[in-house]
Design a protein. Sequence first.
Length: 286
Amino acid sequence: MWALREAAAAFRRPVLLYSIGKDSGVMLHLARKAFHPGPIPFPVMHVDTTWKFRDMITFRDQMVSEYQLELIVAKNEAALAEGVTPFSHGSQEYTRLMKTVALREALDEYGFDAAIGGSRRDEERSRAKERIFSLRMPGHRWEPRRQRPELWRSVNSELVEGQTMRVFPLSNWTELDVWRYIRREGLPVVPLYFAAERPVVVRQGQLIVVDDERMQFDPGETSQQRLVRFRSLGCYPLSAAVASSADTLDDVIAEMESSNESERAGRLIDGEGSASMESKKVEGYF
């Protein structure tokens, strides 16, 4: 929680990014604890591509109402007007327009100088290069070689014109740490994390859940009911499920304790491994 308090004290206008997943749910809970009994002293922002699972949006609205959050919903309206979808532009260009560009534009529009998020170093290799306080150059560009050293909890939070900061309080957590904390604190999560029978298309070896009528099927494809759950949530055409019978929190944790596969193995937006993710981060992706 020290990183949250440091961000609130050091920056003129911070914002907490809320992706609706398990990590950002933990971040939201930590922020509430860090500033209790007062409210969270900065707004919460969701970058909405309009292709999130319906259960995610329902859950987001429930949290906003229950916790009385100041929510900003950011969208790339120009790309939406042009009809950009995961099917029309491919995963890489779609992600750039609907996530990276949308985030950069929103940070600039509202004048945020620090964005706090739930990224963890164990997710994939390029994220492991991040500091807890990760400097962004003008244009929100990430330059790994220009990151500042962090000695214990001593942080250089000074910014010059055009620079901003990304803050990752969960950097040293693992996926299993997150789930164990959720169990300890009794935190709610999106039901998609638990196994259930869902309509699934098997595409390039991945299990894609058909979440609404906008799904575009390839020739010969049909959906079938499968018992699946998600380890990582995002836009439904680009987030693969995993076959699983873990339908309780204890079952999910037991499954994680025996798993050697990365949770991002089902994220189609990652493209060609860590090099693809690193190129996105250089452009301003979170």
